[in-house]
Each structure stands twice: as C-alpha cells, then as structure tokens.
Design a protein around this ligand. Structure first.
Ligand SMILES: Cc1cc2nc3c(=O)[nH]c(=O)nc-3n(C[C@H](O)[C@H](O)[C@H](O)COP(=O)(O)OP(=O)(O)OC[C@H]3O[C@@H](n4cnc5c(N)ncnc54)[C@H](O)[C@@H]3O)c2cc1C
Length: 400
C-alpha cells in the first residue's frame, strides 16, 4: 500500500479538530476529512460549552456565543432552584459557531483539511489503513499509517466492523430537541441554563433548555432502552415541558418551534477497546461523553488531544501495532476515565433508577445545591461531587 499521509482523521467535531491541532503542533503530517461544509453545522446539540473546554481551545470568547452565568435546576419534590455564578461558567452557541471557532484553531491549508468529504468505508490491510471517500461527487481514496476515527456516535469504522461495534442500547442515550426562536422585536431569552430531572420531564434521563439570544435549544432524552419502554414519547414530553410547565412556558412566551431533531449520545462510561492496529477512536466514537450530563464537547476534546499525541508518538517510532497504540487508552482513561466511570455510577443510582426522592434528599442545603450545579456546568469533577455530597445524602437517608 502506498501511504499518502501519516495520519488521517475522520470528523471535524471537537475530537477530530483537537486531534488535528495537536498533530499540527507536533509537526506530524495529517489529512482531516469531514462531510459537512462547515464543521458540525448539522450536529444536534444543546451547544453548552463549559469554560474548561474554552480554556482547552485557548479561547476566552467566541463571537456569536452567549455567556452562561446562572443555572436553574428542577429535581423531583424540590422547588426550582437557581444558582448564580460570579464569572461565566461557559457559553451557549450553535454548533456552527463552535465548529468555525475550532476550525480557526487549525491550519486551513487545503492539503490538511478537506471538508465536504464523506468517508464511505475504512479497511485495514497490511502496512496501513485505507479510506474511500466522496468529494465533489468523485470517489477518492486515502491511505494512511494511522486513522483517528472521530466521526461521532455512529463511527465510520464501526460500520466497517473495525475496533468494535456500536455501543448497545442500554449504554446509548437518545434525545429529541426543539430549536425555538422568537422575534427580534421581543427581548432575548433570559440567560440561564435549565436542567430538569424527574418523570415529568423525561423517561429516566433529563431535559434541558439552553438559551442563545433569541434562540433556545430545548430537549429531553434518556437511555434508548428507557425511551423504548416509556409510555410517553420524547416529543410529547417536550410538548408538555414547553406548553404546560409554568416556569418554562413563561420563559418561552412568543417562541415558535423552528426545528425538531433527534440524535444519539454515548452514555456508557468507560468503553473499551478504543484502539486496534492502525486505528484510534476519539470523542463520541470512543464513548467520551459524560453519562450523567451528556456533556461531550470537553471530553471529546480531551480524547482528540490524547489521540493526536499518541498518533504522533507512533509515527515517530514507526510502530502502528495495537500493542503500541494501547498507550492511547491508558492516556485518556487517566485524564477523563474517573469522570466517565463515576458518572455512570451516579447515572445508575440517581437518574436511571427513576427515584423521586433523591432530589429532596440531596438538595437539603445551599452548599449541596451549589456542588451539584458546579458538576453540571463542568466546574467540578464527578468524584469530588460524590465525595462532597455523599455524607449529607446518606445522613438524610438514615434519618428518614
Ligand atoms: C441532543 C444532544 C445535545 C447535546 N448537548 C451537549 C451540550 O450542550 N454540551 C456538550 O458538551 N455536549 C453535548 N452533547 C454531546 C456532544 O454533542 C458530543 O459529545 C460531541 O459533539 C462529540 O464530539 P465528536 O467530535 O466526537 O463528534 P461530533 O461532534 O459528532 O463530530 C463528528 C464529525 O464527524 C463528521 N462525520 C461523521 N460521519 C462522517 C463520515 N462518514 N465521513 C466524514 N465525516 C463524517 C461529522 O460531520 C462531524 O463533523 C449533546 C449531544 C446530543 C445528542
């Protein structure tokens, strides 16, 4: 096989673009192929990017984004609670805005980034990895030493039966999201992100409402298995939330649904394997998404960064074996494995159980409420949240 480039990346999402940035910094030859003209323009997402992800991108502000300084949480049997932060804890933006910002952080040299290029199949042969893709209506081929598959939850390599198959339904989330707009003659939506837990809002998952000026992303979801078993469809949940939930309905005054979309997200914790000979999976393709919040932009950036780092080492050592690439899995697990593992633990106990009492037991004090809010906006790790909250949770459980 004649090798065209050392590293091929599929996908211009947070994982793929971060891997590209790392390879560029390390001066490693790569080509990134992604199907959309503008990265992630059509990706269904709430668009909340926490401050830690902005920091990783090296960007304090993104034009066209909206700062988040306040969140509102609704737990079963507890009043709606507001937590305000002194500094913005992140931004809300469309994925088009975020995709353009992440692309700016990578060289646009045409040799390296090929947008509007849809990969159709991937094959591993002796000596490399071969990709077939369509660009401008023409079928093309690219041969590489390493593929970083960052093509999202329905990873292109999984379709070709490489590395592993798709995450099963009991570890996969499914969500429906409305994009709502209101006229520019009205004031913008108030700047607060809503997190809504309990059976009124979702089938054992959660619902969210993230404002972006005159636009609001409002969605709900749960594990595919819970959605399948639910008597109430996700669209019906959203109708109820937007029309019959007083504190949301009042915020949405004058807003119309412009788009209704659905998508999957991996919620399975640490998923192995994430590599095989010549291939690394990164981002949603590797399950790099929080099982408790569905937050994946930051985790995908960390996964992409680790993939770029290890791909560069493999290129320097000329070793593309599964044994060498196994260091990738150790690297990302060391960075985000604890959040994914304990996030799954929390998901099973708090959200998946459908317990209606956990909210009232957890949110006894202002301190606990703030601790949970900090986890939801990515300011606090899952383990430090569990350590901080568990004593009062157990105490309240014992006392009654
Ligand atoms: C409804 C919903 C709401 C969410 N809200 C949030 C949120 O508010 N905040 C947050 O942090 N996370 C959120 N997430 C999770 C987050 O969107 C993902 O975890 C994150 O985008 C994963 O990044 P990625 O780079 O792995 O993949 P993606 O962002 O999915 O990017 C994959 C890229 O691969 C490209 N691609 C796919 N197939 C091919 C192919 N065959 N050939 C070429 N290119 C291809 C796509 O065009 C895209 O550019 C949400 C997810 C869902 C479903």
């Amino acid at each position: 096989m004649t090798i065209d480039t050392d590293v091929a990346i599929v996908g211009a999402g947070p994982a793929g673009l971060t891997a590209a940035r790392r390879l560029e910094q390390l001066d490693i030859d790569f080509v990134l192929l992604s199907k959309e003209e503008v990265p992630c323009e059509h990706k269904v997402c709430g668009g909340f990017m926490p401050s830690r992800a902005l920091k990783h991108l090296g960007s304090r502000e993104i034009p066209g984004s909206y700062p988040v300084r306040s969140i509102r949480m609704k737990f079963p049997n507890v009043e709606l609670t507001t937590v305000d932060f002194e500094e913005p804890v992140g931004i809300n933006a469309t994925r088009k805005v975020l995709g353009e910002a992440m692309l700016r952080a990578v060289s646009r040299s045409s040799r390296r980034v090929s947008l509007a290029s849809e990969v159709q199949s991937v094959a591993v042969a002796s000596g490399g990895c071969s990709l077939s893709y369509i660009r401008g209506g023409e079928k093309q081929q690219l041969n590489c030493n390493i593929l970083i598959d960052a093509s999202g939850v329905n990873a292109v390599s999984a379709k070709s039966g490489l590395v592993r198959s798709r995450i099963p339904n009991d570890g996969m989330g499914y969500a429906v999201q409305f994009e709502m707009h209101r006229s520019q003659s009205m004031p913008p939506f108030p700047e607060a992100n809503y997190f809504l837990y309990g059976s009124e809002f979702s089938p054992r998952g959660y619902a969210w409402a993230f404002p972006r000026g005159h636009e609001m992303a409002i969605g709900t979801g749960g594990l595919v298995t819970s959605v399948q078993q639910s008597q109430v469809g996700l669209s019906e949940y959203l109708e109820r939330i937007t029309k019959n939930t007083g504190f949301i309905t009042s915020v949405l005054e004058g807003a119309e649904v412009e788009k209704k979309e659905a998508a999957l997200m991996p919620l399975a914790g640490v998923v192995r394997p994430s590599f095989s000979e010549h291939i690394l999976l990164a981002g949603d393709a590797a399950g790099h998404c929080s099982p408790i919040t569905g937050e994946g932009i930051y985790y995908s950036m960390i996964g992409g960064d680790a993939a770029g780092t290890v791909a560069a080492e493999a290129v320097r050592e000329r070793d593309f074996s599964a044994k060498f690439l196994s260091r990738y899995e150790r690297l990302w697990i060391g960075k985000i494995g604890s959040d994914l593992k304990w996030g799954l633990w929390l998901q099973k106990r708090l959200v998946r159980s459908g317990s209606s009492g956990f909210g009232s037991r957890l949110l006894k004090s202002e301190k606990t409420t703030r601790t949970i809010a900090e986890m939801l906006v990515g300011m606090r790790s899952v383990t430090s949240t569990i350590k901080a909250v568990l004593p009062s949770y157990l105490g309240s459980k014992i006392s009654g």
